[in-house]
Design a protein around this ligand. Structure first.
Ligand code: ADP
Length: 396
């Protein structure tokens, strides 16, 4: 089966055409500046790359161009669009209605629409991507894979906020969590790597990218995660504050005269590593600045690592023990010094990092041979997970 994986943003669209069975990627690419002017980078495996400004007035036009390139006589990887058996769509918010991936029909689209208040930037773009594919490939089955679905196993004591209960029943205020497809993928992969059934493992997965979250995965199921109603909760991130005293928002708006929207903008776009360091949201820049003696860059990374360390501890407490820690995403996969710093002091929980093995950027076990707990580095692959779910649902 050939599956086209689509991740549609408000002005961008990432895609990958793959064979989930064999894990083979036939082509991948990115449309950017949709509705503004347009740019498309198409990377077919073992073929020339197409990388050019191209008119992309809307998402339908972008999908049409992608299909043109996939079937192109020079840049193409398939002879005809009919070779695409299914489309798998990444959808950010599935609320409480979607506890797993689903075959998309009108009822599902309505359900995704109902979650727009919870993800006003992301869900409309996801729906636009689905509608564009429906227009261009009306007979191809489609599946929706939700960032929130994996966390629907979190029990009420993990997802309820201590607010008036009616905010939950009337306004859907609760912890949902995100990065679920990534946490799901890396935990399954960790079990394969260490050759133990996932039903026996208590893992804390650390997805550390521009956005960052941890997830306590007990016997294959998410039981707690650091992101909340929105992705602003939990760890400090590139530009997001993470968890703070909630009264800071009211205080800042009073002493600075900011509107609620302005405060939200500060928490999401001006805080985190960028706000603390004043240098950058990117860990590569922070590491460089710290090496050159920039104390605020060093402080920003210290704070980040400290918060991740504490989250690993809280995950272990939630699960009554810990068998492994997983590092994934941009920082988790590529920054050995950050991993080392996070694991410093966790030896008391039986987690010993091997500094030599930890120099890797590839999939590996980086704990010492006699460490009771296993430390994994696992490059995430959300596209593969989406393709596998799409295949699984359409085969039945
Ligand atoms: P996103 O959340 O946008 O998907 P990624 O998972 O791609 O983000 O992570 C991007 C981040 O990964 C960058 O902002 C950067 O901080 C970090 N990163 C990437 N490569 C390195 C590296 N070699 N060393 C340290 N950090 C890195």
């Amino acid at each position: 089966m050939k599956v086209l994986v689509i991740n549609a943003g408000s002005s961008s669209l990432k895609y990958q055409l793959m064979v989930p069975d064999t894990r083979e990627v036939l082509a991948k690419g990115l449309c950017e500046r949709i509705g503004i002017d347009g740019h498309l980078k198409h990377q077919p495996t073992d073929k020339d790359v197409f990388d050019a400004d191209i008119d992309l007035p809307n998402h339908e036009a972008a999908i049409k161009e992608v299909l043109n390139l996939l079937t192109h006589n020079h840049y193409g990887v398939i002879a005809d669009v009919s070779e695409i058996d299914a489309v798998g769509h990444r959808v950010v918010h599935g609320g409480e209605d979607f506890t797993q991936s689903v075959v998309i029909d009108e009822k599902v689209i309505k359900g995704i629409e109902d979650c727009i208040p919870l993800a006003p930037l992301h869900n409309p773009a996801n729906i636009t991507g689905i509608r564009a594919c429906q227009d261009v490939m009306p007979n191809t089955p489609m599946v929706g894979v939700f960032d929130t679905a994996f966390h629907q196993t979190i029990p009420p004591k993990g997802y309820m906020y201590a607010l008036p209960y009616r905010y939950y029943t009337e306004n859907k205020v609760r912890r949902y969590g995100f990065h679920g497809t990534s946490h799901d993928y890396v935990s399954k992969r960790a079990a394969e790597l260490c050759g133990r059934p996932i039903e026996e493992l208590r893992l804390v997965s650390c997805h550390l990218g521009n956005g960052a979250s941890t997830c306590a995965i007990q016997y294959g199921k998410s039981i707690d995660t650091s992101m909340g109603l929105t992705p602003t909760d939990g760890l400090p991130m590139g530009t997001r504050s993470g968890a703070i005293d909630p009264s800071i928002t009211e205080y800042i708006s009073r002493v600075r005269g900011y509107s609620p929207e302005r405060v939200a903008g500060v928490l999401n776009k001006e805080s985190g590593m960028l706000g603390l360091s004043g240098v950058s949201s990117d860990f590569r820049d922070l590491e460089k600045a710290a090496e050159e003696g920039n104390e605020r860059a060093e402080l920003a990374m210290d704070i980040f690592c400290y918060k991740v360390t504490k989250r690993i501890g809280s995950g272990a407490a939630a699960m009554g023990g810990i068998d492994g820690v997983i590092f994934t995403a941009g920082v988790g996969e590529n920054a050995p010094t950050i991993r080392e710093k996070i694991m410093e002091g966790l030896e008391f929980m039986g987690l010993y990092i091997d500094k030599e093995k930890n120099k890797t950027r590839d999939e590996a076990i980086v704990s010492t041979d006699d460490s009771p707990g296993i430390i994994f580095v696992i490059p995430t692959n959300e596209e593969l997970m989406i393709a596998l779910d799409t295949e699984r649902l359409l085969k039945d």
